[in-house]
Design a protein around this ligand. Structure first.
Ligand SMILES: [Fe+2]
Length: 421
């Protein structure tokens, strides 16, 4: 009888963790370490981010400390009729000394335009395309990336389809104190992150706190991945917001204070109050640790933050909250305070970018009614905002060499939903 019960249990478990019966999930894959193949003065780890109205921040690393923080750019390959200078910083972490991290803000730039650029006066030419001036706009969304062969697969899928801006809800390199892995991650993502703006917020693997010597953490993260926090009135690189083509995006920090007396809370209140829905009819938020999660991994870790901030996001009619941390995909219905609410955000966990820890395979049973789709597979998401009222969300599972749409849904903006105004 006992044997029979345990077989029933494992059978139920198997069904519960396999939303897609025809797909056999592969296991974890190896770490990918990208070595530097450029000279000391040439740029490596090049990536770009949006930096206020019509501006882009170009970031890169050189081993040579004497390279100038200058970006030359123009609309024709090899012909640079504009240039801008910025600043650089390096940091020490135990016995590791970083290269020079250069950050240069360029612009004003024209929308939907390809720019060619060179960093620090030498090395290869790069190019990027600026976001469009009006809808539609397409976001790629990938969390908990890391640097494994699965990460490479996710990046290949991301690069195989066009997009305008990438959103990453935390856990970038999984360096986990081994600083050369930050450099390797920068090289791995360069082909993608140098061509489209990558907008990130921090995860727990980005903290790298050490008692007494590094009590505040985020030493590498802040030095390498500065985001436009000053442009959005924030005092910290750990939370900020930006507008792009009718969309207001709020990047929140799970690993800095968020209680009602915190700077983040006060900043968020002001930020939400300043949203003009005529200008940005859509509002999305990104957070690392999910507020809603039916996976057995990381249960309840976002609960304090949910209790502190959910009400103000709800009242501001945030359309979707994207999270990471849990290495699986899960999509909830519109939910507020654990109940279905048609004027609340949809919550999506997309922590399945491909990191070294593998998948979070176990979900609780039975699935609560607020969870509409859940699956432990690697992949990434696509958010195509067509106009002020309609957007399409799809989750693309990495199925070896193909990208397979496993989940999709049409969204209607809350600002256009009469009962939610
Ligand atoms: Fe995490």
């Amino acid at each position: 009888m006992e044997l029979f019960s345990s077989r029933i249990f494992f059978f139920i478990l198997f069904i519960a963790t396999s939303c897609s019966s025809e797909y056999t999930r592969p296991g974890p894959r190896h770490l990918v370490f990208r070595k530097n193949d450029r000279s000391d003065s040439e740029p490596q780890q090049v990536h770009i981010s949006l930096a206020g109205q019509d501006h882009i921040r170009v970031s890169w690393v050189t081993s040579d400390k004497n390279v100038q923080s200058i970006v030359e750019y123009g609309k024709t390959s090899g012909k640079y009729d504009a240039s801008a200078t910025g600043e650089s910083i390096s940091y020490r972490y135990l016995f590791y000394k970083s290269g020079e991290n250069h950050h240069v803000k360029i612009g004003p730039l024209e929308s939907n335009t390809t720019y060619y650029y060179k960093c620090g006066g030498s090395g290869p030419e790069f190019s990027f395309r600026t976001p469009p001036v009006a809808f539609p706009i397409e976001f790629a969304v990938a969390g908990d990336l890391g640097q494994t062969e699965w990460t490479q697969s996710t990046l290949t899928h991301i690069g195989s389809m066009d997009y305008d801006v990438l959103l990453l809800p935390g856990d970038l390199s999984y360096a986990d104190f081994q600083q050369p892995l930050w450099d390797s991650f920068g090289r791995l993502v360069e082909p993608y992150a140098s061509a489209r703006p990558w907008m990130v917020t921090e995860g727990n693997h980005d903290i790298e706190k050490m008692p007494i010597i590094y009590p505040h953490g985020f030493k590498a993260y802040n030095a390498r991945w500065p985001m436009p926090y000053q442009e959005s009135g924030s005092a910290s690189n750990l939370y900020y917001s930006f507008d792009v083509v009718g969309v207001h995006i709020i990047m929140l920090g799970s690993y800095t204070d968020f209680d009602a007396n915190s700077d983040q809370y006060k900043w968020l209140q002001n930020d939400l109050a300043s949203i003009d829905r005529a200008k940005t009819p859509w509002v999305f938020a990104l957070i690392h640790a999910p507020w809603y999660n039916t996976n057995l991994a990381h249960r309840g870790e976002g609960e304090n933050m949910r209790q502190a901030l959910e009400q103000i996001l709800y009242k501001a009619r945030v359309d979707v909250v994207f999270t990471g941390h849990v290495h699986a995909y899960e999509r909830f219905t519109r939910v507020y305070d654990n109940n279905v609410d048609h004027c609340a955000p949809i919550h999506v966990t997309i922590g399945d970018g491909g990191n070294k820890e593998g998948l979070a395979r176990m979900f609780n049973i039975p699935s609560p009614s607020i969870s509409l789709y859940r699956e432990p597979s690697f992949g990434h998401g696509r958010l195509r905002v067509f106009n002020s009222t309609h957007a399409h969300w799809s989750w693309h599972r990495n199925n070896d060499n193909d990208t397979v749409i496993a989940d999709e849904i049409w969204l209607k903006s809350l600002s256009s939903t009469t009962m939610c105004k």
